[in-house]
Design a protein around this ligand. Sequence first.
Ligand code: HEC
Ligand code: HEC
Ligand code: HEC
Length: 137
Amino acid sequence: MKIYDARYVLIGLAIFVGLFTIPFWYNMGRAVPPPDPKLDTPVIQQMAVKQCVLPLAEIRTGHMQLLNDWRTWVVRDGLRTYVAADGKTYNMSLQNTCMDCHSNKTQFCDQCHIYAGLEAGTVPYCWTCHIAPKENQ
Ligand code: HEC
Ligand code: HEC
Ligand code: HEC
């Protein structure tokens, strides 16, 4: 190979790398948009009072703990019914209770978890056993 051919190869490579990383340069200095979990599911739309199992502030930061407790109570203690602070009762089930209301997993759970950097790690592992809701994409 002659020397000037090598130079063209290098210029070509430089252009390629430049084009390839445009999306990266374009995003530099911009904040990642905060998550925007959607509540517009058929079941939630039907609710007169739109509330979760726990008050919003508590479920937002404490839903992992609640799920953990539910699992322990169901699997270890054989309990099925959860009585909320307001006296409402819930069947302690990820699939049949949480995901009945939050049937838009990709627009809800995943929104936050991807933002929080969890998607590649811990959270999807629940869905290797528990059935995620079917969504029309
Ligand atoms: C290896 C399989 C497996 C994985 C992974 C798994 N679970 Fe479970 N989970 C089960 C089984 C089996 C039961 C018992 C089902 C029953 O008795 O109804 C259960 C029960 C539960 C329950 C109570 C009953 C119900 O139907 O929801 C909750 C809540 C729960 N798991 C949450 C989770 C969460 C949250 C994760 C992820 C962090 C997770 N599980 C990951 C297998 C799994
Ligand atoms: C009866 C329907 C219903 C059930 C069951 C339910 N949720 Fe909710 N959830 C809601 C509604 C409605 C809101 C919004 C509450 C508000 O704005 O005050 C919400 C809010 C949340 C939020 C906070 C979202 C945010 O914007 O910060 C999380 C997290 C959440 N739910 C997770 C769960 C988990 C996990 C379960 C099961 C343990 C569950 N939900 C069960 C209806 C439900
Ligand atoms: C408002 C944002 C938000 C929404 C909506 C949300 N999560 Fe989370 N979730 C988080 C954050 C943040 C963490 C990590 C918390 C930590 O690491 O302390 C988390 C952690 C979890 C964990 C524990 C993972 C682990 O292994 O530690 C489970 C299980 C979980 N979420 C289930 C759900 C399910 C199911 C839904 C949908 C019904 C949901 N979450 C909706 C923000 C959210």
